[in-house]
Design a protein around this ligand. Structure first.
Ligand SMILES: Cc1cc2nc3c(=O)[nH]c(=O)nc-3n(C[C@H](O)[C@H](O)[C@H](O)COP(=O)(O)OP(=O)(O)OC[C@H]3O[C@@H](n4cnc5c(N)ncnc54)[C@H](O)[C@@H]3O)c2cc1C
Length: 311
């Protein structure tokens, strides 16, 4: 079976691994320059900063066994057991940043990065479908898994003549604006390396040096969805973010500051099934909009998508 997977985030890569291990011929394509999607890590000078997902937790057996494998191989480790109070539940991080988990998953898979899917249409050869790339080339497939945020997935399927039979097309996403800073000295955040629901502006502040990802002081600030929406196009965005961040960094001076905008950060509603398939099981929709807007949900949705094709 020839499968094309659109999206090399957590869900797409997990699906690709499961299908490849089952003997399918899998190609993953992603418009980004590297794999990982919202599990993203950026270098700023000597600083290393996670700027999408910050950490993850484990609740389900399927994800538990994956995380146990990652722990054994040193791909992930425990950051803490809670930020304000120790609640006993581990918060895990990628040992070399959250993106390194995606890179590990992508090992030995056929992944084409900087490759943007333009549309999915009926195949002209022996395969049922073809994924048309924005450069006009096609990737034929017996089955296609789409893992982009829902509005992008729906847009890719306009030529495929698919009836979704539900309101999935209306799925909306919250935005997140991130401020990434490297500093001249360490900061002392009140929590164990991170602050959740920090203040009116920030929903999360994470110390990448405390996390063990960065060898120099580097902090990630994530603005709340409402704040992000209201300030998305501000000309003075970076100044506003810097002044909101000032009380948290105390005496430290910012060496470098960058802004990262996530237009589709978090789905506002989550669909109850772990993935969605056409009646003939040749088009599968997956991603964190199905099994929960977190790393674990994306993982479990990717696995469900692979199982949907394998029967
Ligand atoms: C700011 C932020 C903070 C977060 N914090 C946490 C956290 O602390 N803990 C947690 O568990 N989760 C967190 N999350 C959520 C978590 O990152 C996501 O749930 C998960 O990574 C989603 O994976 P995915 O595979 O479903 O989608 P994505 O990672 O979005 O992957 C989809 C991929 O599809 C690609 N794509 C889209 N359109 C096309 C196209 N036309 N052609 C080719 N490729 C395309 C994209 O480039 C992307 O790589 C956070 C997310 C954000 C944005």
């Amino acid at each position: 079976m020839k499968v094309v997977i659109v999206g090399a985030g957590m869900s797409g890569l997990v699906a690709a691994r499961a299908l490849t291990e089952a003997g399918a011929e899998v190609t993953v394509i992603d418009k980004g320059r590297s794999v990982g999607g919202r599990m993203a890590t950026r270098r700023i000078g000597a600083g290393v900063l996670d700027h999408g997902a910050q950490f993850f937790t484990v609740r389900t057996p399927a994800f538990r066994s994956r995380v146990d494998d990652w722990l054994e191989r040193g791909v992930v480790r425990v950051w803490n057991h809670g930020f304000e109070v120790d609640d006993g539940y581990p918060r895990y991080v990628g040992t070399a940043g959250m993106n390194s988990i995606a890179k590990d998953l992508a090992t030995e898979l056929r992944v084409e990065t900087s490759t943007m899917a333009f549309t999915v249409r009926a195949g002209s050869g022996t395969e049922r479908w073809e994924v048309v790339i924005d450069d006009g080339t096609v990737r034929p497939a017996d089955a296609v898994i789409l893992t982009c945020p829902m509005p992008q997935t729906i847009a890719l399927l306009v030529d495929a003549g698919i009836d979704f039979g539900g309101p999935m097309e209306l799925t909306e996403y919250d935005r997140t604006i991130g401020l990434l800073v490297t500093l001249d000295r360490d900061v002392e955040l009140p929590g164990a390396g991170g602050v959740q629901e920090a203040d009116d502006v920030f929903s999360f502040i994470g110390d990448n040096a405390h996390k063990g990802v960065s060898s120099v002081p580097s902090v990630t600030f994530h603005a709340r969805p409402t704040w992000s929406e209201e300030h998305w196009d501000d000309d003075t965005l970076i100044e506003s973010l810097r002044s909101a961040a000032a009380p948290w960094i105390g005496e430290a001076s910012i060496i470098d500051a960058q802004v990262k905008k996530w237009r589709m950060a978090t789905p506002r509603e989550v669909w109850p099934d772990p993935c969605w398939t056409t009646e003939d099981d040749t088009i599968v929709l997956a991603g964190d909009v199905f099994a929960g807007p977190k790393v674990e949900g994306a993982h479990n949705s990717g696995l469900a998508a692979a199982h949907a094709l394998l029967g």
